[in-house]
Design a protein around this ligand. Structure first.
Ligand code: NAP
Ligand code: GLV
Length: 318
């Protein structure tokens, strides 16, 4: 990574670092190297007003104490947790725009699809019993993949899945065009998208429109023997509805990386359901060096009055 952006910033620029569950020291060291001259500190209650903030799930008190902040840089792609808080009205909220997450997500989703379609899960279990569990080849045309959300992550995932010759569809809020991907948009085309989908991948942001979107009705529209891969947010899925669809056999399995409560509580039925694979919110991790380089570049651009990518539309919610 080249975190050092080269140019210097105003000597009195202050940047507050306020990230829950994140070690501050390496971030502050990296940001300091990338923004020579900036005063970068871990926020403590009562700290002086900063110009910009680097955050992950900050407390409301932090935002209340920063009424003049210009830029708030979230160290993840999803801003749903931040949008539950009161933000200073003039602040620009910026999310991580790929930063190495899209390729991880593509790798993770392709792995989940391969594991299911090639029945590697069944083979693994049999191998533990020393059984030679040879499986019949399955036709990939029978496993059309539908990606909900064709943004930074979803579009790379759709393109990656396409390389394995699955039929690929995508669904977004506004019409998109991706070569080789059949694109659907808006509520009007949602059911057509679902009916043509056997492997459903969720890469939507969590908003009032997308909360609970994987529910009894939408699951029932999927092709029989469906498979659900949720790598976006836990609250996209109505947990009881997914379990009912799995138990009825309409849905054959699910790979879940995100949950309503994280870590997933020990007593949650997802842990022991034989058709569910649980992973600990790890499909696309924030990469520190890439994120520092991106955030530092954007702080400098904002200071020069230039536009930056990844600004969140507060009305839309992503
Ligand atoms: P993004 O670039 O903002 O893309 C969002 C996509 O969702 C866009 O295509 C958007 O449509 C579509 N969308 C939004 N609301 C919709 C609606 N009501 N109906 C249909 N489509 C809708 O987001 P991203 O960077 O790809 O990230 C997606 C999400 O992944 C994040 O918000 C985060 O929650 C999650 N995530 C999870 C992990 C993990 O480790 N599990 C890591 C990173 C991110 P338009 O194209 O029309 O705007
Ligand atoms: C992780 O879930 C992110 O939103 O970046």
């Amino acid at each position: 990574m080249s975190a050092s952006i080269g140019s210097t910033v105003s000597h009195n620029m202050r940047i507050a670092f306020c990230c829950t569950n994140t070690k501050a020291a390496p971030w502050i060291a990296g940001l300091s190297a990338a923004l020579p001259g900036a005063d970068i500190h871990e926020w403590q209650p009562g700290a002086p007003q900063a110009d910009h903030a680097v955050v992950w799930a900050p407390p409301q008190q932090f935002l209340d104490e920063q009424p003049q902040i210009k830029g708030i840089f979230n160290i993840g792609a999803g801003v749903d947790a931040l949008l539950k808080l009161r933000l200073p009205p003039q602040a620009v909220l910026v999310r991580i725009d790929d930063g190495g997450m899209a390729v991880q997500m593509a790798e993770f989703v392709c792995h989940a699809i391969t594991r299911h379609v090639r029945e590697l899960d069944v083979i693994e279990i049999a191998a533990r019993r020393s059984e030679w569990a040879f499986r019949k080849p399955r036709r990939r045309e029978e496993f059309p993949v539908g990606v909900m959300g064709l943004g930074v992550l979803g579009s790379l995932v759709a393109n990656a899945v396409k390389q394995f010759d699955y039929p690929v569809m995508g669904w977004s809020r506004t019409p998109r065009e991706l070569p080789g991907v059949q694109c659907f948009a808006g509520e009007d085309q949602f059911d057509n998208f679902l009916q043509a989908t056997r492997i459903l991948v969720c890469l939507l942001p969590l908003t009032s429109e997308t909360r609970d979107i994987i529910n009894a009705r939408t699951l029932s529209k999927l092709m029989p023997g469906a498979y659900v891969i949720n790598v976006a947010r836990g609250a996209h899925v109505v947990d009881e509805d997914l379990i009912a669809a799995l138990d009825s056999g309409h849905v054959a399995g699910a790979a879940l990386d995100v949950f309503r409560t994280e870590p997933l509580p020990a007593e949650h039925p997802f842990w022991h359901h034989p058709k569910i694979t649980v992973t600990p919110h790890t499909s696309a991790r924030t990469l520190r060096d890439e994120s520092i380089a991106q955030i530092a570049g954007k702080i400098q651009a904002l200071e020069r009055g230039e536009p930056v990518a990844g600004v969140v539309d507060l009305q839309r919610g992503y």
